[in-house]
Design a protein around this ligand. Structure first.
Ligand code: SIN
Ligand code: CO
Length: 379
């Protein structure tokens, strides 16, 4: 895909134009973004997924005007009858389990891999939904099957309904109302209030994005940087106060120690290389509860592709894969960057890898992060 080619997924806009006009700015309704495609999974498969340990799911129901929220896993018998209206089952991270959902997520890579979060799929009976709310992330809401009526509006001064099991807006003022049929999609930037109500039985996919807060990114990056620092390595990194005079204010923190602390923090963050390294390791960390299936050794220098659960990123010095970092230079770095961008290398490219890069690739195979392309077929 070239970034300036108009695509039906974005309603005839190119990814470039979409990013410029709509991304993080204003909603976009796209009729028949994905016409005639088979849904990534059907109701029965979603219900089966919601019964699986390690898969995050929620059941939201409205009965006699009262909302309830329960967390999975759920057996089929724990779900309300299909004939009962006003309930919805939401399953998070479907892309980690269902190749078609992973494929759907990968259509949105034009927004950068670090921003992709997951595909959540909901099933709802007539009238089902999660109520009016705001998400803090960008989202594409794709109607997979059936119809859903969306009401959407700017949330100027959001206030929440008190004592509710889920965050629901008390003062929702819709500006638009659209009914989405299978194949239609709605993009919403963060902070836009929305309420989707099933018009008959329906399935909806939410392609969600993540954006860390300053606190979150600071905390994770600093923690990783600290993990890499040797405490008192014998080179004078410990506080010394040989010139400290006797004090009659023993409780006062010596200004010299405050200066030492400021210097310690400054030195820690004043190392762009290790900061970038910590950032890449954190961003490429797989989601909690992600496991990889062991894979057989490669039959030789054949075509390979990344497992759908693998997160692989790079910067101009490092490769990051599933929370680990590697320094890479020259042709090997270029080939590995290609692997990260295309999530695959053909046999000719694999043949060009130097010995240590090839060995690295094989170690990733043993961990189930990567596999021969033939073995991937149909998975
Ligand atoms: C849903 O699929 O019912 C909820 C999606 C959303 O509003 O974010
Ligand atoms: Co939402």
């Amino acid at each position: 895909m070239t970034l300036d080619t108009p695509i039906s997924l974005l309603g005839g806009l190119s990814p470039q134009v979409f990013m410029r006009r709509h991304w993080q700015k204003k909603p976009l309704l796209i009729r028949q973004a994905l016409p005639g495609t088979e849904p990534a999974l059907d109701r029965a498969a979603l219900v089966a997924l919601a019964a699986t340990d390690g898969v995050e799911s929620r059941l939201i129901e409205r009965r006699a005007g009262r909302w309830s929220l329960r967390h999975g896993p759920f057996t089929r018998r724990q779900l309300p009858p299909l004939a009962r209206p006003d309930w919805t089952l939401l399953v998070q991270g479907v892309d980690l389990h269902v190749p078609a959902a992973h494929h759907l997520l990968s259509r949105f890579r034009f927004a950068s891999d670090v921003r992709l979060d997951d595909v959540m799929i909901s099933y709802a009976t007539e009238g089902g939904g999660v109520g009016p709310h705001i998400d803090s992330y960008d989202v594409f809401l794709l109607q997979l099957a059936g119809r859903r009526r969306w009401r959407v509006g700017r949330a100027r001064k959001p206030a929440l309904v008190p004592d509710m099991p889920l965050k629901m807006l008390a003062n929702f003022e819709p500006e638009h109302e659209w009914t989405l049929d299978a194949g239609d999609m709605l993009y919403l930037p963060p902070g836009w209030a929305h309420d989707g109500v099933a018009d008959g039985e329906c399935l909806t996919a939410s392609i969600g994005f993540r954006a860390p807060t300053r606190k979150e990114v600071g905390m994770h990056v600093l923690q990783r940087m600290l993990d890499g620092v040797e405490d008192d390595d014998g080179t004078g990194s410990r506080y010394r106060d040989a010139t400290q005079a006797a004090t009659d204010q023993p409780a006062l923190i010596p200004p010299r120690l405050a200066g030492f602390a400021a210097d310690a923090v400054r030195r820690l963050v004043d190392d762009p290389l290790s900061l970038n390294c910590a950032l890449g390791e954190w961003l490429s960390e797989p989601k909690p509860q992600t496991w990889f299936d062991p894979v057989d050794a490669l039959p030789g220098r054949c075509a390979v592709s990344l497992d759908r659960r693998t997160r692989m990123l790079y910067d101009d010095r490092h490769l990051f894969i599933n929370g680990e970092s590697f320094v890479a230079t020259g042709r090997d770095a270029r080939l590995m960057q290609r692997l990260a961008d295309h999530r695959a290398l053909d046999a000719k490219e694999v043949a060009q890898l130097g010995t240590s890069a090839w060995e690295l690739l094989q170690s990733w195979v043993f961990q189930g992060w990567l596999r021969a392309v033939e073995a991937e077929a149909g998975s």
